[in-house]
Design a binder for this molecule. Structure first.
Ligand code: GCV
Length: 714
């Protein structure tokens, strides 16, 4: 009886628990929360949208579809003001709106922002959504819908919101054959073969989802680029996507293969100073802009991991970037030039190489070039210190590159909410201009006054029905959008919004899912890469642990290069006595890392090679601490599982089962990481894995012989 009562209570507090496939992501528009629906119905009785553009049409569609779902009835359009009017538009499209907003509010909204106001007009309670541009109106509508979906009060609104960052981009690592490099959610959503004739509904829904979180650009193709994407037939396909995305304020960008003038242009060289090469890029840009007048520009990976680049011709990265910049500049295009470079010929610590290559070029890039920098100096590891380039190139806009796809953070099977990691980096202090010179201020341009600025996330989207594979991976896409709009939002706030919209407003569920999400990144660090370990994953596919690998052609591709375990101890000495990578940071920024006896232990083995009996703050030896963290990570995954199981009454059966199965896999894989790593490191420490820590199930040889020939994303 008790059980039945509980079931009914659960249903009544959560609304419909119909099976969900996750396709709608955070735009589900299910019935509004019981606590607010009555007041919403009073406050929302008619909608008026001023304007005639396709963007305003998109806003109208979104508002009417969403309100039907949330309020359970069609909300009529209306030309007159009444109690409960929701009125949206630009000030230039409506005198009513321009009369009811202050100049100051409007100027704070800027070109893409919006103002949402509760106003009494002619004695009637109205809600106004006002912007300076149509895209601002659409963003305002999405924000209003977010308030409704998250059960916020809407009686007395005075919201002014404008993006802190100008370019808010997804970077797809999608190949033309529809494979996705480091993709764990199926094949690419771009069906190049059927484009441009066939416009999949997914393309529109992709644009809606992105616009709802403020993303305003997408790089469609892999940075390991294929010049074919720049040929006429493909440009026509790209134009069809651009047309679909345009109403949603999303520009398209392409990756440019540096050797394209040779591969598809028939030239003998791609030397950036060669007039014929320069002319080829100019003509290519003209051709692109004739098809796509608002084309965003190019993202370029050059002289990195086998990609061609200007250094093939003894030119600098600036020479290469500026040549392309000159080609797109007449069309207001931009170049995003990646700083992810390291060379097999350079024996120096990989951590240092991008800084060494790029800092001398500060001030040498054209005005329409941004240098795109990964959050950390190695490669999207579970935990890295911030990249030393941040704060070191004041004359150059540095764009942030985060990775949403979980290449090194659990791939398709681990629940890891990455916003805490993104925030950790953004809030790091570079001390470039004294205390408070955070990475966020470098990236949003405020530290060095760059009006061109940007943040990108390597996409985790694929053709899986729920877009991202793991139901919780959607939260990382969501977080990128929200943080690039406002990097001051906390990881907690973003998780709160996402859970409420993606699951429900049921308070215990919101609390528990946030608990899982907010602890998940640290848990993953503990069972994979505790204490500053990094790059100890499997070769090629990067799946699972393989700290023993020592036979790859390039030294810096081998895990042993990074952990340096030996009979004395473990860790990479990056202080003065070692590679001295630490000197690439301002001294104040390194205070917490410099001394191995006083180092922030989260970075201990990143910066120091310490002995196995090194005393930790807790008084434990390093070896015991390593055993403890690996075990703690695994134990905490089992807590995640328990907390998830409690949600069964509050989550639809399909997603509940999906996440349960994935958590089981995550647990197994966490055990695998723990056992394989501890067994391997034990061969150096020569110390036992003592009680209460778990004894590994298999031998080290067992873990070493595991093979995954078809692991995804490789
Ligand atoms: C697109 C890492 C990944 C590569 C990726 C590269 C990059 O090395 O493993 O797949 O290539 O980063 O960011 O360019």
């Amino acid at each position: 009886m008790k059980k039945i009562l509980f079931f009914f209570l659960a249903i009544s507090c959560c609304g419909s628990l119909a099976a969900e496939n996750g396709y709608e992501c955070w735009l589900r528009y299910t019935t509004a929360d019981k606590s607010v629906i009555k007041s919403y119905r009073q406050r929302i009785q008619s909608i008026t949208l001023f304007g005639t553009s396709s963007t305003i049409d998109a806003a109208r569609f979104e508002l009417s579809t969403a309100l039907l779902g949330l309020l359970g009835k069609t909300i009529p359009g209306s030309n007159s003001i009444r109690d409960g009017s929701v009125i949206a538009g630009t000030t230039s499209s409506s005198i009513l709106l321009s009369k009811n907003i202050t100049v100051s509010d409007l100027s704070q909204a800027g070109t893409e922002g919006f103002v949402i106001l509760s106003k009494i007009i002619d004695g009637k309670n109205c809600t106004l959504i006002i912007a300076n541009s149509d895209i601002g109106v659409l963003y305002g509508v999405f924000h209003f819908l977010r308030l409704l979906q998250t059960a916020q009060p809407i009686q007395s609104l005075h919201i002014i919101s404008a993006p802190r960052i100008k370019l808010r981009l997804l970077n797809h690592w999608d190949n033309l054959n529809r494979t996705v490099e480091r993709g764990y959610a199926g094949s690419s959503i771009w069906n190049w073969h059927t484009l441009p004739g066939y416009i999949d509904q997914r393309y529109t829904d992709y644009a809606r989802l992105n616009a709802s979180i403020g993303i305003n650009g997408t790089v469609l193709t892999n940075v390991n680029a294929n010049a074919t994407a720049l040929t006429r037939p493909y440009l026509e396909k790209v134009a069809a996507l651009a047309n679909t995305f345009r109403p949603y304020g999303i520009k398209v960008y392409l990756t440019a293969r540096f050797s394209a003038p040779i591969e598809i242009g028939g030239l003998k060289t791609a030397d950036p100073l060669d007039p014929a090469v320069r002319d080829w890029w100019k003509q290519k840009a003209d051709e692109i802009y004739s098809l796509i007048p608002d084309f965003g520009g190019f993202l370029v990976k050059a002289n990195s991991e086998g990609q061609p680049g200007p250094q093939n011709y003894n030119r600098t990265h600036a020479d290469g970037a500026n040549m392309m910049a000159a080609a797109v500049a007449p069309h207001k295009g931009i170049i995003m030039w990646r700083a992810f470079v390291y060379s097999s010929e350079n024996p120096d610590d990989r951590h240092k190489q991008a800084y060494i290559d790029f800092t001398p070029l500060d001030g040498k890039f054209a005005d329409n070039v941004l240098v795109q920098v990964k959050n950390g100096p190695i490669d999207f590891m579970p935990r890295e210190p911030f990249h030393p380039l941040f704060g070191a190139m004041p004359k150059t806009p540095l764009m942030m590159e985060f990775q949403l796809t979980q290449e090194y953070t659990g791939q398709g099977t681990h629940l890891v909410y990455l916003a805490p990691m993104f925030k950790e980096c953004l809030e790091s202090d570079t001390y470039a201009k004294g205390e408070g010179s955070t990475v966020a201020k470098v990236v949003d341009g405020s530290l060095d006054d760059h009006s061109l600025n940007g943040m990108a996330g390597v996409s985790n989207i694929g053709a899986d029905i729920n877009w991202c594979g793991h139901p919780f991976a959607q939260a990382n896409w969501y977080a990128l959008g929200r943080l690039s709009w406002d990097h001051q939002l906390s990881a907690d706030t973003i998780a709160d919004e996402w859970v409420r919209q993606s699951f429900s407003n049921h308070i215990p569920l919101v609390r528990d899912l946030k608990f899982i999400m907010l602890s998940s990144r640290e848990i993953m660090v503990q069972y994979m890469n505790p204490l500053g370990l990094h790059h100890i994953m499997g070769t090629g596919h990067h799946y699972g642990p393989a700290p023993w690998v020592n036979d790859l052609s390039r030294p810096e591709w081998n895990p042993v290069y990074y952990h340096r375990a030996d009979s004395f101890g473990i860790g990479f000495d990056r202080t003065k006595s070692g590679s001295n990578a630490i000197a690439q940071y301002k001294p104040e920024a390194t205070e917490l890392w410099r001394d191995s006896n006083d180092c922030d232990e989260r970075y201990l083995l990143w910066f120091h090679h310490v002995c196995w009996n090194h005393r930790m703050r807790s008084g434990q030896t390093l070896w015991t601490a390593l055993c403890m963290y690996y075990n703690m990570g695994v134990d905490r995954v089992s807590v995640m599982k328990i907390v998830w199981e409690k949600q069964k009454p509050f989550v639809d059966a399909v997603r509940f089962k999906q996440v349960s199965m994935l958590l089981d896999i995550q647990y197994e894989e966490a055990c695998w990481w723990r056992d394989a790593c501890l067994l391997y490191f034990q061969t150096f420490s020569k110390q036992p894995i003592k009680e209460p820590f778990v004894q590994p199930t298999h031998t080290l040889d067992y873990y070493k012989q595991l093979r995954f020939p078809y692991a995804p994303g490789n």
